[in-house]
Ligand binder design. Sequence first.
Ligand code: COA
Length: 278
Amino acid sequence: MAEKQNYETIKIERKDGITWVILNRPEKRNAMSPQMHMEMDQALDDLAVDPATRVLVLTGAGKAFCAGQDIALFFRGTEDDPAARFRARRASNQWRWQKLSTFPKATIAMVNGFCFGGGFTQVCACDFAIAADDTVFGLSEVNWGILPGGIVGWNVTQTLNYRDALYYALTGDTFDGKKAQEIGFVNFSVPRAKLRAATIALANKMMAKNPAAVRYTKEAIRAVRFMNEPQAHDYLIAKGDALRFNDKEKGREAGMRQFLDDKTYKPGLGEFKRRKPA
Ligand code: COA
């Protein structure tokens, strides 16, 4: 699929079902400018309905994943322009949280280097996160005399335990990929030389699964966190019905048939044999 836009601050590469979305201001450590927010906001809409995109990987060009909001262009540059500030802020939150966390295919943050401040939001929004061991993470806002705004403060309390969220937000101390794995900020951390291969392996694992089941599962797991028990119970029943209705592969029926009638597979040990969607 040809890009509808000629992006300047991001790069999009597709290969074997994986779409690599690369924040592309390496000379500024991929700090997020208003233009980058607008471009990502547009790109995620296009990729959400792009059949060639089966898994999305978000990463950064050069030695950084993302150095947070661009202090010059996002903050100082919109200081005297409330309309520009409004547009940049809205696009920023839309792509980094609303659009990325509800993206209809699996998403992986491949954290390839420096990740600071506002860059935490997109790590939290992705379904999975894999870091290079030598990545430097930091909630550096306190060092600027500001707080983790946007929705970083909220994101970290959702993803980290309360003690760690407070500790790193208050001290501004940095931590590496191994520590990020230990505190559950990323799924795992690997030596830099293995980062891409580990990401591709996880993407391949997700692509082998029934896409409707993946989509509905991620939507369900994310949504129930903010519900009480009766709401979650009702929602999950309705969501399961919606999955059955919308699953072109009819995975539930195939799984039951193969387990109960054909006795050709054991669901605890792997995926049922998928048939191609009609
Ligand atoms: N906003 C604007 N510009 C930024 C930036 C940011 N968040 N982060 C880096 N840059 C710019 C630098 O100003 C520098 O620009 P210049 O070449 O015009 O001087 C360029 O990117 C390279 O940065 P530099 O500091 O020289 O690179 P480094 O590899 O030595 O250090 C960091 C990388 C990420 C540790 C360092 O740039 C840094 O601390 N950035 C701020 C991170 C942060 O606190 N972000 C949260 C913002 S709320």
